[in-house]
Design a protein around this ligand. Structure first.
Ligand code: NAP
Length: 294
C-alpha cells in the first residue's frame, strides 16, 4: 500500500478561498485587516519567511507592514515598537519573527504583545485560553496540522494521537489541541520526547503520528503502525550533491519507507509547510473580525 498524500498547498488553497470571502466582507464595511511583522537582524531564513508573509497579505487584499530593525536593536527599542503596534488601530495583529538576537529577552517581548493582536498565539494569556478550550487564537503550525487532518477526512475522535516533540510552538500546543473536547479533536494523546523510554513502542501504537523534532529521517517504517496517518512537521536541510544548491529539505520522517506503511502522509516539502502562513493569515482576519464585533 502506498499512502495517500496530504498536501498543504491544496488544503491551504481551500482555506485561502474562505479567507478571501471574509476579507471581502470586512472591506465592504471599510475594514482592511492589517498584519505587521517585525524582523530584528538579518537571519536569512527569517528574511524569507517575512517576505512570504508580506506577499501573501498583499495577495489577499490585507494591509501589510514589515518593520526591519538592525541586529543591534536594544530590548527597550523593540519594546517601544511593540507598544506602538499595540496602539496602532490599522494593525489588527502582529508578530515578532523569532529567533531574536541573543541580547534580547524573547519572553519579555512576547509578554508585551497585546493578547488581542497576538496572531502567533505565543502570549501566555492565549496559550492558557487555548489550553482551557476557549481559544482566541490557535498557534499557526499546530492549527495547520489540525486543518490538514480534518479537511482530509481523517477520523480523529477517540483515536490515539502520538505527538513526537514537546516544544512550546509545535509539540505542546499540538497535544493540547488534539485532546480538547469537540470536532477535530477528542483524541487520546501521548507526547514523547528526547527523554522518553521505549519511544518506538509508543509511536507504533499511534493511529495518528505527528512528528516535530528537527531530526532528518528519524521516524522509520518499523516505528509506524500499518495504516497510520503520519504528519511530518520537521524541516531539515541536508546535503545533496545532485541538487542545484547542494542541499535539499527533508522531514523528520523517512518518507520513502514510511509511505509504504501509512494510509496517509504529509510530504516535505509541500506538506505542513504551506499551512503555517495560511493559519497566520486566518488569525489576522479573525482578529479584525473580533475587533469589528463580527
Ligand atoms: N513546517 C513548519 O511550518 C514548521 C513550523 C515550526 C517548526 N517546524 C520544524 O519542526 C521541527 C521541530 O520544531 P520545534 O520548533 O518544535 O523544535 P525544538 O524547539 O527544537 O523542539 C524539538 C523537540 O523534539 C524533541 N526531540 C529532539 N530530539 C529527539 C529525539 N531524538 N527523540 C525524541 N524527541 C526528540 C525535543 O525533546 P526535549 O524537549 O526533550 O529536548 C523537543 O521537545 C523542526 O524541524 C522545525 O524546523 C516546521
Amino acid at each position: 500500500m502506498t499512502a495517500k498524500l496530504i498536501l498543504g498547498k491544496d488544503v491551504s488553497e481551500q482555506i485561502y478561498g474562505e479567507l478571501r470571502q471574509r476579507i471581502e466582507s470586512l472591506r465592504s464595511k471599510g475594514i482592511v485587516p492589517g498584519l505587521a511583522v517585525v524582523l530584528v537582524g538579518e537571519d536569512p531564513a527569517s528574511q524569507v519567511y517575512v517576505r512570504m508573509k508580506g506577499r501573501k497579505c498583499e495577495e489577499l487584499g490585507m494591509h501589510s507592514v514589515t518593520i526591519v530593525m538592525p541586529e543591534s536593536t536594544t530590548q527597550d527599542a523593540l519594546l517601544a515598537k511593540v507598544a506602538e503596534l499595540n496602539a496602532d488601530p490599522s494593525i489588527h495583529g502582529f508578530l515578532i519573527q523569532l529567533p531574536l538576537p541573543a541580547h534580547i529577552d524573547e519572553k519579555a517581548v512576547i509578554n508585551a504583545v497585546d493578547p488581542s493582536k497576538d496572531v502567533d498565539c505565543f502570549h501566555p494569556y492565549n496559550v492558557g485560553k487555548m489550553l482551557i478550550g476557549e481559544p482566541e487564537f490557535l498557534p499557526a503550525t499546530p492549527a495547520g496540522v489540525q486543518q490538514m487532518l480534518v479537511r482530509s477526512g481523517v477520523d480523529i475522535r477517540g483515536k490515539h494521537v502520538v505527538v513526537v516533540g514537546r516544544s512550546n510552538i509545535v509539540g505542546k500546543p499540538m497535544a493540547a489541541m488534539m485532546m480538547q473536547k469537540g470536532p477535530g479533536a477528542d483524541s487520546t494523546v501521548t507526547v514523547v520526547h528526547s527523554r522518553t523510554e521505549g519511544l518506538a513502542d509508543i509511536t507504533r501504537q499511534a493511529d495518528i503520528l505527528i512528528v516535530a523534532i528537527g531530526k532528518a529521517g528519524f521516524v522509520t517504517a518499523d516505528m509506524v503502525k500499518d495504516g497510520a496517518v503520519v504528519v511530518d512537521v520537521g524541516t531539515n536541510r541536508v546535503a545533496d550533491p545532485s541538487a542545484k544548491n547542494g542541499s535539499r529539505l527533508v522531514g523528520d520522517v523517512d518518507f520513502e519507507t514510511v509511505k509504504e506503511k501509512a494510509s496517509m502522509i504529509t510530504p516535505v516539502p509541500g506538506g505542513v509547510g504551506p499551512m503555517t502562513i495560511c493559519m497566520l493569515m486566518a488569525n489576522a482576519v479573525s482578529a479584525a473580525e473580533r475587533r469589528a464585533g463580527i
